[in-house]
Design a protein around this ligand. Structure first.
Ligand SMILES: Nc1ncnc2c1ncn2[C@@H]1O[C@H](COP(=O)(O)OP(=O)(O)OP(=O)(O)O)[C@@H](O)[C@H]1O
Length: 624
C-alpha cells in the first residue's frame, strides 16, 4: 500500500521534474492534494495533473498530453529538458483513462481532472478551466447563430465615407480595415487582430461611428482593456478620434475588472449571467493579455444582443499566469456559412487581387472571416524593416530574418554579444535626457524620455538576464553622470516600474514612471496619465522597482523608439518565436538585437506550445 507513496516522495517524477525547474512547488502541491483527495495511486496521473497545473501557468488552457515534453523553462536548455525521464505518453493516457480523478469517484462528486479526445491527441484539463472553456464555446456559438439587424445601405455609405484613399474616393481594395469594420458592425462578435500600428484603434473608432449610425439614440458603449495602462491608452486614442468622427460624448475606457464591476473583497463581479452588462457595444483592447477566466466572465455577462469587438495581437506572448484566449479565438474551427451582408458591402475587397500595399485575401483568411475573425496586416506606423522583420519572425522564416538583420537598414540591426558600444551610448543618452528633465522638474519631458530606449532580456537571472543587464546599464549611467546611484534611495531621473496594482493610488502593475524634482526641492514619482503626469510621493509606492532593463514579458503593451534585446544562448528553451516577435514589435524606430546568428535562428524556429481545446473539435471523455 505505501510503496507508491514512498516512490513519489523519494524518487518520483514530481521530485525530479520539480528539481529540474519544470514543475514549481505549487504544481507539485496541487497534484499531491488531488492524489490524496481522489485516492489516486498511479504516478503517471499525478504527474500529468502537475503538468496540467503548470500548463495553465504558462499560457495554455490544458495539457496536450501527447506533447507534454514541449515545455519552456527559464533555467533549462532544450538538451537538459530532453534528458529528463519523461514517461511514455501512451502509458500516461492509459492511466488517465481509468483514473478516478478523470472519471469521477464512486463516492462523491469530486472530478478534478477532465479529459477530451481530439483528432490530434488527448487534452487534460483542470476542471475549472474545462468548464470555462465550455462556457466560452457555448456563448460564442450561441452569439454566432444570428446577427444584428442592419440598415445595410447606411453601412455601405458609412464605409465609403470612412475608408477613403488619400486623393478621395474609396480606398484601394483589398482594404482589411474596411472589411474589419463591416464585420464588426454586422456581427455580434468580432475579433480584430493585427500587429502594432496596423490600424486596429483607427478601425475601431470608425466601427463605433458606423454602429452609432445604426441606432436612433446614442448607443451605450463600454471600452475596456486588461490593464490600467492599456485602458488609459485606449482612452487617449478614442479622445483623439471622437470629435472628427462624431462619436458619442463621455466614453470612458476602464480595466476589464472595472467594467465587470469587480468589488474589493468580493468574490463575484457585479455584472454576470444574472445581471448583464448594460452596453450595446463592448470593445476590449489588448485582448492578448486577457486570461481564459476573464474572457469567460466577460462573455457570460454580455447581453446576447450587444456587439462585442475583441482587439489585439494574437502573435504576442500570452499573459504568463493564465491561459490566454485571443490566439485560440483566431485559430478556432469555423462553422459559419457565406455572409451575404459582407459580400454586399465589401465584396470588392473580398475578391480583389493583390495591390502593392496589401495582398489579396487567401482562402483560410476568407474562411476565418466567416467565423468573425479579421487580421489587419498592413503596417501603417513604422515603415518597412521593423514590420517585415516582425512578420518574418512570426512566420518562422529564419533566412529572411537574417537577411533583414544583415541588410544595413538603419532601423534593424544585429550586434554581436561583445559589441556593446551602441547599446552603451543609447543607454547613457536616454538617461542623460531623462535626468536633465527630471532635475528641471519637467515630469512630462522626463516621462517621454523614458520611451526613447528600452533594454529587454528574455531571462530574469543569469548572464543574459535582467538583473545582470540592469546593473550594467546602471553602472554606465552612473559613470556617465559621475555619481553613485544609490539603489536604496530616490534620485531624479530614476526610472521606475510598478509591479502590483494599487487602485487607491491609481497606479497599476506595469506602469513605468520616473522620479522628478519639485520646485520645493522634494522628489516625486511621476506616471503618465494622458497629457498629464500623476505625481505621487515616492514613499506612497509599495510595489515599485528601479528599472534599467526589463523582461520581454513585462514590456508587453508598451512601445519605445529604440529597443535593444539581449538574446540568450541558442539552447535556451525560453528563447522562442513569440518572445522575439514581442520584443521586436515594441520598437517604433529601431530594434537592435544583441546575440549570435545561431540564437536568432533558434529563437525563430522554436515555438511556444499553447494547448487549448478551442482550436480543435473536441469529444469529452468519457463520452456522455
Ligand atoms: N487607414 C489609415 N489611413 C491613414 N492613417 C492610418 C490608417 N490606419 C491607421 N493609420 C494611422 O497609423 C497609426 C497606427 O494606427 P493605430 O494606432 O490605429 O494602430 P494600432 O494597430 O491600434 O496600433 P497599436 O497596437 O500599437 O496600438 C496611427 O497614427 C493612425 O492614425
Amino acid at each position: 500500500m505505501t510503496e507508491p507513496l514512498i516512490a513519489q516522495r523519494g524518487t518520483g517524477l514530481l521530485r525530479v521534474f520539480n528539481d529540474a525547474g519544470v514543475l514549481s512547488a505549487a504544481d507539485v502541491h496541487v497534484a499531491e492534494r488531488l492524489r490524496k483527495l481522489g485516492g489516486e495511486t498511479a504516478e503517471h496521473v499525478t504527474f500529468a495533473a502537475a503538468l496540467a497545473v503548470r500548463a495553465v501557468r504558462s499560457g495554455s488552457v490544458c495539457l496536450d498530453v501527447r506533447r507534454m515534453r514541449e515545455v519552456t523553462v527559464e533555467e533549462a536548455t532544450e538538451e537538459e529538458l530532453a534528458a529528463l525521464p519523461w514517461p511514455d505518453a501512451d502509458e500516461v493516457v492509459a492511466a488517465l483513462r481509468v483514473s478516478p480523478l478523470v472519471l469521477g469517484g464512486g463516492t462523491g462528486p469530486l472530478r478534478p481532472l477532465r479529459m477530451v479526445d481530439t483528432d490530434e491527441g488527448e487534452l487534460l484539463y483542470l476542471d475549472r478551466y474545462f468548464v470555462q472553456e465550455q462556457t466560452i464555446r457555448r456563448v460564442l456559438d450561441t452569439r454566432a447563430q444570428d446577427a444584428p439587424s442592419l440598415d445595410v445601405d447606411l453601412l455601405a455609405r458609412g464605409l465609403d465615407e470612412y475608408f477613403r484613399a488619400p486623393g478621395g474616393g474609396p480606398s484601394q481594395a483589398p482594404d482589411r480595415q474596411r472589411i474589419a469594420a463591416a464585420l464588426a458592425v454586422s456581427r455580434w462578435t468580432t475579433v480584430v487582430a493585427g500587429g502594432p500600428g496596423t490600424g486596429k484603434t483607427h478601425t475601431v473608432a470608425r466601427v463605433l461611428a458606423l454602429v452609432s449610425a445604426q441606432f436612433d439614440r446614442p448607443p451605450r458603449i463600454g471600452l475596456a482593456a486588461p490593464t490600467g495602462k492599456a485602458a488609459a491608452r485606449l482612452q487617449e486614442a478614442v479622445d483623439d478620434q471622437a470629435p472628427a468622427l462624431g462619436l458619442p460624448d463621455g466614453m470612458k475606457a476602464m480595466t476589464l475588472h472595472r467594467l465587470l464591476g469587480w468589488q474589493r473583497g468580493g468574490t463575484r463581479f457585479r455584472y454576470n449571467p444574472a445581471n448583464r452588462l448594460p452596453f450595446d457595444v463592448v470593445v476590449v483592447d489588448e485582448t492578448s493579455m486577457v486570461s481564459l477566466t476573464m474572457m469567460c466572465r466577460l462573455l457570460e455577462a454580455m447581453r446576447p444582443d450587444a456587439r462585442l469587438i475583441l482587439v489585439g495581437d494574437p502573435d504576442q506572448l500570452t499573459s504568463v499566469d493564465a491561459g490566454a484566449v485571443l490566439a485560440d479565438l483566431v485559430a478556432r474551427p469555423v462553422r459559419g456559412g457565406d455572409d451575404a451582408v459582407l459580400r454586399r458591402v465589401v465584396g470588392a475587397d473580398l475578391e480583389a487581387t493583390s495591390d502593392p500595399d496589401e495582398a489579396a485575401l487567401g482562402r483560410s483568411e476568407l474562411q476565418r472571416l466567416r467565423g468573425g475573425v479579421v487580421r489587419l496586416s498592413r503596417g501603417r506606423r513604422f515603415g518597412g524593416a521593423i514590420a517585415r522583420l516582425a512578420v518574418a519572425v512570426r512566420d518562422g522564416r529564419d533566412d529572411d530574418v537574417m537577411a533583414l538583420l544583415r541588410a544595413d537598414d538603419p532601423t534593424v540591426s544585429l550586434c554581436a554579444p561583445e559589441d556593446l558600444a551602441e547599446l552603451h551610448s543609447d543607454v547613457v543618452d536616454a538617461s542623460v535626457a531623462v535626468t536633465a528633465a527630471a532635475d528641471a522638474g519637467d515630469a512630462l519631458a522626463a516621462l517621454s524620455g523614458l520611451e526613447a530606449h528600452r533594454l529587454l532580456c528574455a531571462h530574469r537571472e543569469g548572464p543574459f538576464g535582467v538583473q545582470r543587464w540592469a546593473l550594467q546599464a546602471q553602472e554606465w549611467v552612473a559613470q556617465a553622470q559621475g555619481r553613485r546611484l544609490d539603489p536604496d534611495s530616490w534620485y531624479p531621473g530614476q526610472p521606475l516600474l510598478v509591479t502590483a496594482n494599487d487602485h487607491e493610488l491609481r497606479v497599476y502593475n506595469g506602469d513605468a514612471g520616473v522620479i522628478v524634482a519639485r520646485p520645493d526641492g522634494s522628489l516625486a514619482a511621476a506616471f503618465p496619465r494622458g497629457d498629464d503626469a500623476l505625481l505621487l510621493h515616492p514613499s506612497q509606492l509599495s510595489e515599485v522597482q528601479t528599472v534599467y532593463a526589463m523582461t520581454i514579458h513585462r514590456s508587453q503593451g508598451s512601445q519605445y523608439d529604440t529597443v535593444s534585446v539581449v538574446l540568450p544562448e541558442e539552447g535556451a528553451s525560453l528563447l522562442t518565436r513569440e518572445l522575439l516577435y514581442t520584443a521586436i514589435t515594441r520598437a517604433r524606430r529601431h530594434v537592435r538585437i544583441i546575440g549570435t546568428e545561431e540564437s536568432v535562428r533558434a529563437g525563430v524556429r522554436r515555438q511556444v506550445l499553447r494547448a487549448s481545446g478551442l482550436r480543435r473539435e473536441v469529444r469529452p471523455f468519457p463520452a456522455s
